[in-house]
Design a protein around this ligand. Structure first.
Ligand code: PLP
Length: 240
């Protein structure tokens, strides 16, 4: 049952937060990563008290948002394609995966056209993986000035997806890197940057111990994913 899994995870979140050696200004928020799962599963989550969902495909999210109660909140956690920005902006309270200056500039321009002030997180490729999206830490520091010139985009903090690893402890140094980078940007550019989105099903406790304010948990809440995107019956093409 979803409620049972949620209870266990909530206890683990609270315990991990209590282990933090430093004071945290912010509570940890749990994002229930609902990608690929049908609206019925999200309704079950909602009945258990979860209201914040993470999706990584704009079309799929849009179809679910249309059929779920308006008290749900939505975060976009994937790689946002340029041609999906206009659709995504009104749907999501926070966009986690802003991974280049170019996409941030596009978001800013489209936000101005739509009259919106979108909140975003900058995605950092902390381990320097070649196959992964995201700013390298050095690049982010170098481009921060240009990012701060954007008038619409509200930079709320940083996000990372560490390399897949057999042991959650392997993620720790990457989370520390992200937090240190956030602290550097804070002092250098005098920004609040309150949010750190780090930690998934396997390593969220480590993420919280190192200062995560947002954890993105899918499998541990909803079970294994089928791998396919969910689509409403009767719809034909559903990409992005
Ligand atoms: C799918 C996904 C998650 C959730 O992963 P689980 O291991 O199922 O908890 C978290 N973050 C991002 C960016 C994802 O795409």
């Amino acid at each position: 049952m979803f409620a049972d899994r949620l209870k266990i995870i909530s206890q683990k979140i609270a315990a991990a937060a209590a282990r933090r050696p430093f004071p945290c200004e912010q509570d940890v928020r749990l994002i229930a990563v609902s990608k690929t799962h049908p609206p019925e599963s999200l309704l079950e989550a909602l009945e258990s008290g979860v209201t914040l969902f993470g999706e990584n495909r704009v079309q799929e999210a849009k179809a679910k948002i249309a059929v779920l109660p308006s008290r749900c909140q939505w975060h976009f956690i994937g790689h946002l394609q340029r041609n999906k920005i206009r659709q995504a902006l009104p749907l999501f309270e926070l966009i986690h995966g802003v991974d280049s200056l170019a996409i941030a500039q596009d978001i800013d321009r489209i936000a101005a056209e739509c009259g919106l002030f979108p909140k975003i997180l900058l995605e950092v490729n902390v381990a320097g993986e070649e196959t992964k999206f995201g700013f390298s830490p050095e690049f982010l520091v170098a481009q921060m000035k240009q990012l701060l010139q954007l008038r619409r985009v509200q930079i709320e903090g940083l996000m990372t997806i560490p390399p897949p690893a057999p042991n959650p402890e392997d993620s720790r140094r990457h989370f520390v890197t992200l937090k240190n980078l956030r602290d550097t940007l804070r002092t250098t550019f005098k920004l609040p940057l309150p949010e750190l989105s780090m930690g998934m099903s396997d390593d969220f406790e480590v993420g919280i111990e190192e200062g995560a304010t947002l954890v993105r948990i899918g499998t541990a809440l909803f079970g294994e994913r089928s791998g396919k995107t969910w689509r409403p019956s009767g719809s034909d093409s559903l990409d992005g």
